[in-house]
Write a protein that binds this ligand. Sequence first.
Ligand SMILES: [Zn+2]
Length: 260
Amino acid sequence: MLYFYKQITHPINNMHAYMHHFFKQLFAEASLVYNHGSLILPYFQTIIDHHDVLDQRLQVLFEAYMGLAVAEKVQVQQAYGNNNSIAQVCNNAIRPVKFDELPVGIRDPLKGLYGSRGVLYQMLTAKDNYDAVKKRCGSLKGHFESFRVHNPLSVCPFCGMENLLTDYDDTKNEYDHYLSKGDYPFYSINFNNLTPVCDYCNKAGNKGQKDIPFQPGTNLQVQDELYDPYSVAYPTHAIELTINASTTDLKKTLIAGRYP
Ligand SMILES: [Zn+2]
């Protein structure tokens, strides 16, 4: 990354907070009966009342979790803690946990909420429908406008070449899951893991769905150190460029280099 984004306060973070409460209660839950009273915050209840699919998937997850052995429950709790500690994951202090490393019985229920087609991200970012969600969490376009006011730099921090759209534009840039929501649970609606990127970086084959801590071609057991996109540490990295020109005809030299 060439620079770091500044995190902002926006109601879109409410969905993650609602789910955080759900998991906190789930991990402490003694009752085997799915019960809104302890699991669901009042504002979240209004969303669930309007969207049965979310209620059903939360219940499926609850029952799957309650069916796990004690050691498996601990595994899920650790995965939740690890994957929501994004700065430490980027520093290699913590290893992120993938769907396929979790107990078999809870993988699909978690994917139904957080995976590539998980309902949480879909509800939060859809342009239309889900009015109850928008009332509590605002829209992704609204988040983008506020984000760009607090992050006014023009170029994409990942490539340093393409311009980003601004809060004055009618459209917005796409948001990228820094750690892929297809590989890792609990990341799809955590906005510390979501960043606007330029169209070039968002294309398949560039950043796309790459599993950036464990890329093919590297030792897959060794986690790569990453930049935390919202780092406030600002490491003193700098780019130094030296050109040893043997000709002043750079255009001809570059073309010759590309097509020898
Ligand atoms: Zn870019």
